[in-house]
Structure formats: structure tokens, C-alpha cells
Design a protein around this ligand. Structure first.
Ligand SMILES: Nc1nc2c(c(=O)[nH]1)N=C([C@H](O)[C@H](O)COP(=O)(O)OP(=O)(O)OP(=O)(O)O)CN2
Ligand SMILES: [Zn+2]
Length: 139
């Protein structure tokens, strides 16, 4: 039988607060572009992240990868740095990067890619709310 390729996804939720504010823009521009999300005291989200890994379905194990290992990588790359954090103040990456869901997806991609086997990470999907969803595939 020829080699089969599978995609496996694990879902993880975390809570964090943030403020949309760019140091490259004036206060007036920040207010105009980000509106209520530029409120100085920030606001919170219950984020949901889907991490998808692509790979060969191993003939012996029947797995693309062990979901127990994926769970541990998610703990390192998502939960430890982000859960119950103020993204802008507690996560050094966001000191000069606006904490949009797009940039959060890139942060999570970079953290996961460091832990997973080379070229196995396929997609990061972040739900900021039920209605606001970002997909990042490392491009
Ligand atoms: N391109 C982006 N635009 C916006 C982002 C983002 O990450 N990328 N983020 C925000 C805010 O952080 C904000 O939290 C969005 O919240 P809100 O508009 O309240 O969310 P909903 O659309 O789900 O709320 P409803 O009021 O139910 O429509 C803004 N823009
Ligand atoms: Zn927000």
C-alpha cells in the first residue's frame, strides 16, 4: 500500500487580555483605527486555537504523531506563555508588535514550529471570538 498522508488537529483554549495599540501610530490614529479595542485598560478574550499537523501515517503506530506529544508542545508554546496573561505587558514579543489575532497566530506558529518535527506544522487557526477567526500557514 502506498504512503498515506494525514492531518491531525488538537484544540486548546486560553484566556488573555490585550489592547490594540501601535507605537508607529499617533494616539489619534490608534483611536481611529482600533476604536473600542484601543481602550487604555484593555479587554479580555477566551481564545480558542486549533493546531494542525501534517504527516505520514506511520504503518507501525497508525499515527501522524502521538497526540500526547502534541499536547505537551501546546503546553509549552501556547499555555505557558499566553494563558492568563496580559499579552502586551507579559509577553515580550508583543512589546513592539500589535497583539492582533493575526500576529498572535504568527507567534503561536513560530513557537510550535520550534518544537515539532521539521515541516510538519500545517496550520494555526485562532478564534478570538466565535465570529473573528484567523488562519496562518507559515507563509
Ligand atoms: N484584523 C483584525 N481586526 C481586529 C482584531 C484583530 O485581531 N484583527 N481584533 C479586534 C479586537 O481585539 C476586538 O476584540 C474584536 O472584538 P469585537 O468586535 O467585540 O468582537 P465580535 O466581532 O465577536 O463582537 P460583536 O460585537 O459580537 O460583533 C478588532 N479588530
Ligand atoms: Zn481583542
Amino acid at each position: 500500500m502506498s504512503e498515506r498522508i494525514g492531518f491531525i488537529t488538537r484544540v486548546q483554549s486560553f484566556s488573555a487580555c490585550h489592547r490594540l495599540h501601535s507605537k508607529s501610530l499617533s494616539d489619534q490614529e490608534n483611536k481611529q483605527i482600533f476604536g473600542k479595542c484601543n481602550n487604555p485598560n484593555g479587554h479580555g478574550h477566551n481564545y480558542k486555537v486549533e493546531v494542525t499537523v501534517r504527516g505520514k501515517i506511520d504503518r507501525d503506530t497508525g499515527m501522524v504523531m502521538n497526540l500526547t506529544d502534541l499536547k505537551e508542545y501546546i503546553e509549552e508554546a501556547i499555555m505557558k506563555p499566553l494563558d492568563h496573561k496580559n499579552l502586551d505587558r507579559d509577553v515580550p514579543y508583543f512589546a513592539d508588535v500589535v497583539s492582533t489575532t493575526e500576529n498572535l497566530s504568527v507567534f503561536i506558529w513560530d513557537g510550535m514550529a520550534k518544537l515539532l518535527p521539521p515541516d510538519s506544522l500545517y496550520e494555526i487557526k485562532v478564534y478570538e471570538t466565535d465570529k473573528n477567526i484567523v488562519v496562518y500557514r507559515g507563509e
